[in-house]
Design a binder for this molecule. Structure first.
Ligand code: SF4
Length: 311
């Protein structure tokens, strides 16, 4: 049984749930209200082994993978708090492609009305929730860049959205921020992303956290534009996609986590970065800061709670 332990509600309406799994592991789920609908950010693992330098979830190593049912329970709890969840992002604690089979099973389940009704009947968290299936185009899986799984994901029958956490425009910086890059460097990751767009006709989101003085300069923005413009052509220089319509860059304000010493870029710097991308033909969005007044950085609520228990 998945139990709800605490809820934090931000001034902007974002709700963050701390949940306890059957075996006592604590996980987080976040619910956000957008003009286009309610979106839930699902956790796929208890802890994470990817070790990203800026992430609270990476402090505690992976304890275990979550099952599709445990991911589903997060959705039911969020939907009870704010009915009519229309969008799902698997972007909470954990690397979804390090738990590939269960994540794909979850995506398939929540996008299939028949399987969903059966799962609601069996769910150990809540019963009789009038939850409807979510269209695959409203389900996004976010990876830090596990290249073989990007290829595998492109082969799934349903076309889900893919987001890739990029956070750096070159290997040297990305190696420092995201150790996964040492195994799957940008020269493998970017072609895999282009291939995903080509095969699925789905638009990829490149997530880019703006870290003050680390990856937020004009030079970084130009480098990023150069890197991504290669998505439009194959090795022979032939155009794969029309313009940059199959991908865009989502610039994210960073919620500082004291342990790491990183700070978010200033608003001016973020706007400058955005302008450079747009001038270079790269579509970008500047994500609104959400839940800044609660412990919003991924994994922070769980971490605080565990620290309290471990004192
Ligand atoms: S950012 Fe994602 S992949 Fe990286 S350590 Fe945190 S949870 Fe894991």
């Amino acid at each position: 049984m998945t139990k709800l332990k605490t809820v934090q509600t931000s001034k902007d309406g974002t709700q963050k749930f701390l949940l306890e799994l059957n075996d006592g592991n604590l996980i987080e789920t976040v619910l956000m209200k957008h003009p286009y609908g309610n979106s839930v950010c699902i956790t796929s693992q208890a802890g994470c082994n990817m070790g990203c330098a800026f992430c609270a979830s990476g402090i505690t190593k992976k304890v275990r993978d979550l099952t599709a049912e445990e991911m589903f329970n997060q959705l039911l709890i969020a939907d009870e708090a704010m009915p009519h969840v229309s969008h799902i992002v698997i972007m909470g604690t954990g690397e979804p492609f390090d738990n590939y089979d269960e994540v794909v099973r979850f995506c398939d389940l929540v996008s299939d009305e028949r399987k969903l009704s059966a799962a609601i009947r069996k769910a150990d968290t809540l019963k009789n929730v009038p939850f409807s299936a979510v269209a695959p185009r409203h389900i996004t899986v976010s990876t830090c860049g596990i290249v073989p799984k990007i290829h595998e994901f492109a082969q799934t029958e349903k076309r889900f959205n893919l987001a890739i956490s990029l956070h750096a425009p070159n290997n040297e910086l990305r190696n420092r921020l995201m150790p996964v890059n040492k195994k799957y460097p940008l020269e493998e990751l970017i072609p895999a992303a282009a291939e995903y767009c080509k095969m699925t006709k789905r638009r990829i989101t490149f997530e880019y956290l703006l870290l003050d003085g680390i990856n937020d300069s004009e030079k970084h923005a130009c480098e990023l534009a150069d890197l991504l413009s290669s998505m439009n052509t194959d090795a022979s220089g032939e155009k794969l996609l029309k313009g940059s319509d199959y991908f865009y860059v989502n610039l994210i304000p960073y919620n500082a986590v004291s342990e790491f010493g990183f700070r978010g870029a200033s608003k001016e710097q973020a706007l400058l970065f955005y302008d450079v991308l747009m001038k270079n033909g790269i579509k970008a969005t500047l994500r609104k800061e959400r839940g800044a007044d609660i412990t919003a950085a991924c994994g922070q609520l769980r971490l605080q709670r565990e620290e309290r228990f471990n004192r």
